[in-house]
Structures are given as C-alpha cells and as structure tokens.
Design a protein around this ligand. Structure first.
Ligand SMILES: C[S@@+](CC[C@H](N)C(=O)[O-])C[C@H]1O[C@@H](n2cnc3c(N)ncnc32)[C@H](O)[C@@H]1O
Length: 358
C-alpha cells in the first residue's frame, strides 16, 4: 500500500473519483506522485520503462539535422531556441547539442521544461558542459515562456497528461471512476468530449470509447503560442481519433517493464499513461496558429530525415559492440513492431512560408 493509496482510499469514502483525477494524483501529487519523486523511472534493469533516448543517440542526431534545416529556412537567425517540454533527463537535448555542427551549433540554445525533480537532477548532469557554456537553461513549468524563434519539441509528453476513459454503452456515455470497492463505469454528462467522440465516428456502437485529455488544449496552446516562428515537433504514441475509438483506448500502467490496465493499484509507484488523440492535437495546434500540421509514423519520419548512407559509412569505423548498438537503435526506431509504428511524429509550422521540406 503506497502513501497515495492510503490518501485516496480515505477520499473515496466521500464518493467515487474519475479515473483522470486519480491519474493526476498518481503522477503529480506533491512528493508522492510518480513524477514528483527523487529517483527516476527510466531505463532497463530495475526501472519501469525506457524511451527512445535509452536506445542510443540516433533520434537526437536526426533531430539535429531536422532542426538545422529549420534554422536555414528561417534565414539562419543568430539565436535558435529549442524548448523541450516534458524534457525528462535532458538526454534528447544533450544528443541534439552533441550532434549539431557549426555554424548552426553556435546559434542553438536549449530550454529544458519539466518540474519532475528526478528529471531535473539527471538533466543537470547530462547537460553540464552545455550549462557551463551558457547554451542550456531550465525553465520551471510555472514560469511564462518568453516568445522565441526556433522549435518546440517533446518526446512522450502528451501521453503523460491525465486522461479520462469514456465508453458509449449503447444509450449514454459512461466514464470510468474509482469507487471504494474498485473501478466502475458510471453515467456522466460531458458535452464537450461526447460531441468530439460522436463526430469522429459514423455511428457509435456499444463499447466504443476513448480517452479524453482535458489538459491537452492548455498545454499544447501554451507551447505553440510561445513559438514566434519555427517548428513544433512532438513524438508520442497514439492514433487518429477514429482508430482510438475503434480500439476503445484505455489507461495503461507500467511497472518493471510490464504493462497492464490496473491503473487504480499502487498509485504513485507505477507509471500511468494513455494514447494521444492525434486528430484532436492537430485541431488544437491549428487553432493555436500552426500551419501544415501533420503526423506520420516514427519509422517513416526517421527514414525521411536520417542520413542513413552517411551513418552506414561512419559506423564502419566503430568497434563491433558500438556498431551493433547503433544498428539496434535504428531497428528500434524503424521496425513496425517496435517503436516504428507505435510512435508518431507530428510537425507543424509557424512563420512565413510553408516550413522546411525534408
Ligand atoms: C513519459 S515522461 C518523458 C520524459 C522524456 N521526454 C523522455 O522521453 O525520457 C513525461 C515527462 O513529462 C513531464 N511533464 C508532464 N506534464 C508536463 C508539462 N505540462 N510541462 C512540462 N513537463 C511535463 C513529466 O514530469 C515527465 O517527466
């Protein structure tokens, strides 16, 4: 029994709580929330889950080239800021800064935004050389973001926002709640999510449903709003709205590299996560002034932007173990059954023109 389990069990004596409220507490309650603890959950042995960054530097290397292309398209500004929201350990920033070459590297600044204490500690270590040379800053989530030219970036940010599962029971919408005796589906009115889900399907069938992230508009529009000109790029797992409805998307719980749907157990000790509704995210970003917003599988994005021929030549110079690691890193990012088709990359553009071509 975790301290949060105790706290929530007491709160449930007053009545049920929606799953999204439980997820918000489980991840972000001060001190006991999963992302408010001193030690981080990322990695392989003894950790809960890994992200693309644990697999090697290839995602960062590809992003460095993509961002350099954006910098060129913007007319090579003297300062090009990359704001990473939900930046975690700062490894993506580190890999981008390591891979960037002059003169783009001279212009590159990296802003880390993530209040997770474990993440901040690990990022201070990973980014130490770039903090020392003045190219990296930490921006608390409570602080407004001064407008900038460059890019907004995120990897697995939106899947970590509290989400509410909904179902159509054939006659009405029901939402998943936690009661003192366990999870249940209860009738509830929410005109906004109901209208959205209904509009994404030709006709709802019993059991159709998806996850509704109430915080999505505020988080996405704050980030997009700060971008004066440049690229908005987000990497995450999820699908277009109709596909989420068809599979009745739900909350998932990760612990020790196993995944299940028991989101109400061991609160604060496990990761809770939900697929991102990419259709809704596109709409929100378009309303926030971004143009040409589109998304594709990570596999296709990597194959479009990575310098595969150059890599092949460079890897010949590496020792066997490192070369194999690079190959594994590439396979993880591109194989459909691995991250290649589980993850999507969304890009949108702000400013004159239509944005950089590959
Ligand atoms: C799944 S982790 C991903 C971390 C990192 N990007 C990676 O790939 O390893 C999600 C992170 O997003 C952070 N986060 C959640 N909401 C946020 C927000 N509104 N602004 C900035 N960070 C946020 C959490 O603290 C957590 O560290």
């Amino acid at each position: 029994m975790t301290p949060l389990d105790d706290q929530i069990r007491t709160a449930l004596l007053q009545g049920p709580l929606p799953a999204a409220e439980i997820m918000a507490l489980a991840l972000y309650a001060p001190q006991h929330g999963y992302y408010r603890q001193a030690a981080g959950p990322w990695g392989f042995a003894g950790k809960d889950y890994y992200t693309a960054l644990d697999l090697g530097p290839l995602l960062g290397q590809t992003l460095a080239l993509r961002l350099e292309r954006v910098w060129q398209d913007l007319g090579r500004p003297a300062a090009f800021t990359v704001l990473e929201a939900g930046a975690g350990r700062g490894w993506l920033g580190r890999d981008i800064l390591q891979a960037a070459t002059d003169p783009f590297a001279q212009a590159l600044r990296y802003l880390h935004r993530d209040d997770n204490p474990a993440a901040r500690g690990a990022a201070a270590e990973a980014l130490a050389p770039y903090i020392a040379d003045g190219r990296v800053e930490f921006l608390p989530e409570s602080e407004p973001i001064a407008p900038f030219v460059g890019a907004v970036l995120s990897n697995e940010l939106f899947d970590a926002l509290p989400a509410q599962p909904w179902r159509w029971d054939g006659e009405r919408w029901v939402q998943e709640v936690l009661t003192a005796t366990g999870p249940q589906w209860q009738a509830h009115e929410d005109p906004e999510s109901a209208a959205w889900f209904s509009a994404q399907s030709d006709g709802l069938e019993q059991g159709d449903g998806s996850v509704w992230c109430a915080a999505l508009p505020a988080v996405a529009s704050t980030l997009a709003g700060a971008l004066q000109a440049g690229l908005f790029l987000t990497i995450d797992y999820g699908e277009p709205a109709a596909q989420l409805l068809a599979k009745s998307a739900d909350l998932r719980r990760y612990q020790g590299h196993t995944v299940d749907g028991r989101w109400w157990e061991e609160l604060g000790a496990c990761d809770l996560t939900a697929d991102v509704d990419f259709t809704r995210l596109v709409n929100i970003l378009e309303d926030s002034g971004l143009q040409n917003v589109a998304h594709q599988h990570l596999s296709k994005w990597v194959r479009t932007h990575a310098p595969l021929v150059q890599w092949e030549a460079q890897w010949q110079e590496l020792d066997t173990a490192t070369r194999l690691k690079r190959m594994e890193n590439l396979l993880q990012l591109t194989m459909p059954g691995l991250m290649g088709e589980r993850f999507r990359v969304l890009e949108g553009w702000k400013g004159a023109g239509s944005g950089p071509k590959p």
